[in-house]
Design a protein around this ligand. Structure first.
Ligand code: DGL
Length: 271
């Protein structure tokens, strides 16, 4: 029995990272938990998000014997990465540092923006991660951060376009527009599903980046370094999806967002 890669998010957002992981590592088994029963994480206190992250991570380790964990949620990465790295017996991969690297690599002017949940932006995690990425490349960057409360709820409802979401985006993106950023990082794994609206509001001169591809590359490098990469075999990879909310909605919307790998969802219960 091959051990799967474990992933979790507050809901559907981490599927943007799951897509990139499945595409880059098609032979790997995957277990994904979407904590849709308790989303959104963004407005919750950091201590509560840490506890949720710990429950999800340990469930993946104990019940699914995952060989590595991808925290496919910026809010949980910002709140709990240090704790998970200290506690878990497997490699832990986050989305904040990979996203920051993609942002610093893409900008030309050095004026960059990040949008995320209230929890992520309030934690200051991106300020630290972008400064660290800029130090490595020796580049000068000026970061403007804006919280976008409400975006996650639209995605969870399956509403990714239309007047309502556009009006909200115009209001919430004003600070990054006014700062004249040339590159905007979607610092919440739900936001790539709103990329059309965000791109339209920001204008075609602004490049949008997200952490999904970079995170998948980090996962591959970590697995390779630990000699845990699955070698291509005859059996096709198994992708399992669990949700703490309504599993028929998870399979329905999740299948539309991720693609054919998500046909069924199983119930996940926390202790
Ligand atoms: N996808 C989560 C993130 O990247 C959304 C958190 C939420 O549920 O508010 O932060």
């Amino acid at each position: 029995m091959e051990r799967p890669i474990g992933m979790f998010d507050s809901g559907f957002g981490g599927l943007t990272v799951a897509r990139a992981v499945i595409d880059l590592l098609p032979h790997e088994d995957l277990v994904y938990i979407g904590d849709t029963g308790r989303y959104p994480y963004g407005p919750r206190p950091q201590a509560e998000v840490r506890e949720f992250a710990r429950q999800l991570a340990w469930s993946l380790v104990k019940e699914h014997d995952v060989k590595a964990l991808i925290v496919a949620c910026n809010t949980a990465s910002a709140a709990a990465l240090d704790l998970l790295e200290a506690e878990l017996p497997v490699p832990v991969i986050d989305v904040v540092a990979p996203g920051a690297r993609a942002l610093v690599r893409t900008t030309r002017s050095g004026k960059v923006g990040v949008i995320g949940t209230v929890g992520t932006i309030g934690s200051g995690a991106y300020g630290r991660a972008v400064a660290a990425a800029a130090r490595v490349t020796g580049s000068e960057v000026q970061l403007t951060a804006a919280a976008c409360p409400g975006f996650v709820e639209f995605v969870e409802r399956g509403q990714t376009s239309g007047a309502e979401v556009t009006i909200l985006a115009e209001r919430l993106l004003a600070p990054v527009q006014q700062a004249g950023v040339d590159t905007l990082l979607l610092g919440c794994t739900h936001y790539p599903y709103l990329a059309d609206v965000i791109g339209e509001v920001m204008g075609s001169d602004v490049r949008l980046v997200n952490s999904a591809d970079e995170t998948a590359l980090v996962a591959r490098a970590e697995l390779e370094a630990a000699d845990l990469l699955q070698v291509p075999g005859a059996a096709s990879a198994e992708h399992r999806f669990l949700s703490s909310g309504d599993i028929s909605w998870f399979a329905d919307l999740g299948g539309r967002l991720l693609g054919p790998e998500l046909r069924d969802a199983e119930q996940w219960h926390h202790d």
